[in-house]
Design a protein around this ligand. Structure first.
Ligand SMILES: [Ca+2]
Ligand SMILES: [Ca+2]
Length: 338
């Protein structure tokens, strides 16, 4: 592990292309500052603007690519090495939000045959204006990532394209951020306080003392402060194993930067339909990821108890520049698959 960290730190010094999460495990956007090209270029929108690492969705800020209007415009980045790509994140413009609808993300190894030997990672159905969406790619190998927009009289514009080779969506290679956070809850039964959901123990037998428990109340909630903003992609929740599994049915996982209403009004990552007794289930955030510092679990409605035996939080990357956040500091990401 130490060797791994030293190696990656050395790589960081050499290339400056790595982002570190809290525990020193790297996340690598392999598209950053690589050579980008596009089918035609508007003078204010060169292809390289989409690999400058800046997600600012305001075209006037000079960080988005833009083609002329044409048939089948494309944009492409040369990663300069072959990677097993597992995800691509794309940031849409604030203006003309429908222009990316129907665009396709392709990954390939060669430009021969006009790039015919490629695999499609995803089709973009729609990215709302100014938002960053995350597209899983089923571990597709390739050196070139192309965004292709089929059709006539099309304009292709991209504010940022980030390419990740690691399978961080499943929590592999990345730390459980919850372990470094601080937990709170709406009320506490005896000594089963909020921290027991982040004690690193999934032990689901309530009597063993590793699970939280609120009093019976309306809208009981549990809140985790990650201490800084992350693009949270998934949350693993372990349910109580000795009884009462249905109590978590209908709970909501909410993530954001607002502390209003104890964070319970933040955007929804996922809903918990049901977790079996003692089971651990991974919830992938709707839309791929949600940006935020606070992770809440809330059960809406009266006469509820909230018990959590463990909550684990995994993120795609770490914001290194708070100014990249949108209005009110909240930015939501998402995905849709081909
Ligand atoms: Ca950019
Ligand atoms: Ca626990």
């Amino acid at each position: 592990m130490i060797k791994h960290i030293l190696t990656t730190y050395l790589l960081f010094l050499l290339t400056g292309e790595y982002l570190f999460t809290q525990l020193g495990v790297l996340m690598q956007n392999v598209a950053l500052s690589r050579t980008a090209d596009q089918s035609s270029s508007h003078p204010d929108g060169p292809a390289r603007n989409a690999v400058d690492g800046n997600r600012d969705p305001n075209f006037a800020k000079g960080s988005c690519s833009l083609t002329h209007q044409e048939s089948n415009p494309w944009w492409r980045v040369d990663l300069q090495n072959v990677y097993t790509v597992t995800a691509v994140m794309i940031t849409n413009r604030n203006e003309f939000e429908n222009r990316l609808d129907g665009a396709e993300i392709w990954i390939g190894n060669s430009l021969e045959d006009n790039g015919a030997k490629k695999s499609r990672c995803a089709i973009i159905s729609h990215i709302p204006k100014g938002r960053t969406f995350y597209f899983p790619c089923s571990s597709t190998e390739g050196r070139y990532v192309t965004v292709f927009l089929p059709g006539t009289k099309k304009i292709l514009t991209l504010c940022d394209v980030q390419v990740f080779p690691l399978d961080y969506a499943d929590g592999n290679h990345v730390p459980n951020l919850a372990l470094r956070g601080k937990a709170f809850q709406s009320s506490t039964l005896s000594n089963h306080d909020a921290s027991r959901a982040i004690d690193g123990r999934r032990d689901s037998n309530y009597g063993d003392g590793f699970c939280t428990h609120t009093l019976e109340e309306t809208n009981p909630w549990w809140r985790l402060d990650l201490r800084e903003t992350h693009a949270v992609t998934s949350v693993k929740v372990t349910n109580r194993g000795d009884c009462c599994a249905q109590r978590l049915d209908g709970a909501e996982i909410r993530i954001g930067n607002s502390a209003e209403n104890n964070g319970n009004d933040n955007p929804k990552c996922a809903s918990i339909s049901h977790i079996g007794e003692g089971k651990t289930v991974t919830f992938y955030c709707e839309g791929g990821s949600v940006m935020g510092r606070f992770v809440n679990v809330i059960i809406p409605g009266p006469n509820n108890y909230l018990t959590l035996c463990e909550v684990e939080v995994y993120a795609a990357d770490r914001l290194t520049n708070q100014s990249r956040l949108g209005p009110r500091g909240v930015l939501q990401c998402g995905h849709n698959r081909a």
